[in-house]
Write a protein that binds this ligand. Sequence first.
Ligand code: FES
Length: 424
Amino acid sequence: MKRKTDSPSSGTAGEKSRRLRISDFLRIVPDREKMIGESSSEDPKPSGSYRANALAAVLHPGIQYLKVAERRDLSDTVSLFTLVPDTERGTARLAPFGAGSCISVRIRKDGCTYRRPYSICSSPGDALPSREGGRFTSGTYRIAVKREKSGTVSEHIHAEWKPGTPVEASEPFGELLYEPLRDAKDVICIAGGIGITPFISMIKAITEGTEDFRLTLLYGIRTENDILFRNELEAASADGRIKTVFVLSDSETPGFEHGLVGAGIIRKYAPADGRNYSVFACGPRAMYGHLEKELKSLGIRRKFMRFEVSGEMHDPDAEEDYTAPDSDGFTIKVVSGGQTRSIRCGSKETLLHAMERSGIDAPSRCRSGECGFCHSRLISGEYYTPSRNDRRREADRKYGYLHPCCTFPLSDMEIDVPPPGGRC
Ligand code: FES
């Protein structure tokens, strides 16, 4: 048998590290500077022609120019919008997304700019362009928008959006995504009301083969009449990996569960053989407080829980550690884009909301502390951030950065807010 011999580059890690000299590292920068100095000043090819850059531009376009292709009313308060790329304004194709993602929509109203996140409820495959019978078809996103009482953006969308309306949106983002390395193969999805939308996308992704897990949907609504996407849900139940359970809070109807989704109902529909399962939830914030306690009582590990948190922050009074300041509001000095403006912010209003209301174009996406897109610098003042929304890095806390979307003032403040630039 031929004996394997060491090549000149082989050796133990200890031998290798002994052969590396510090002078090799010290030469890296001067050597690179020398090479850069000797290179041609002419760009060998435009940066967009590098495949990595072209891919990055598709995945992270910063802003997507879309238009409404179709509108369908799902109920008195919920409408479904189909959005397609607006090639005339420069978007040739949609950014791809994973099932469970959101887009942030930007609208302008009365001189103010507002953004709101909406979950995409179509399948990831629908966003891809295709060629059918020799005809090119651009991709689509679908979002369902519920008209909220005193909801500035949702009211505007319901009043204004019709086929042909131009729409500006961010690239897709979000954390409510199935990750096979982290999540269990069985997922219990808990939806409250309009929170059904990301799960419609997941169900479509499973039936089309782009996701592979077993999904049990516990869909909480008040009455049978409030069920959205009923036809899609019933059709999907033909796939053995998908099961839908309707849970009616306000009526007892044969064939439906009754009450709130809690430990009892989750246990009833969890895998019977004791396998691990993940729990994904999307719905009103009040539902999360209840669910957290229920999931804890079931002993579900934190890594198997995922809550969709994108959406507006409301009254901080609901937080146990919040002490309301003795004031109706504060003056916030906002430094942004080389200008300084003083605005008023209610004591129970987020800094982001006050800026939008005052006509300052401040960046945001998730509006709940998760994405970091609104990251701004505190110059002075006191504030409160609910601990459940405080996803800042330790370094950000230490060096005085905050997320205006989930920050409530406790005094007059001064903050430095980066303008959104070309991003939506
Ligand atoms: S908008 Fe996402 S952290 Fe503020």
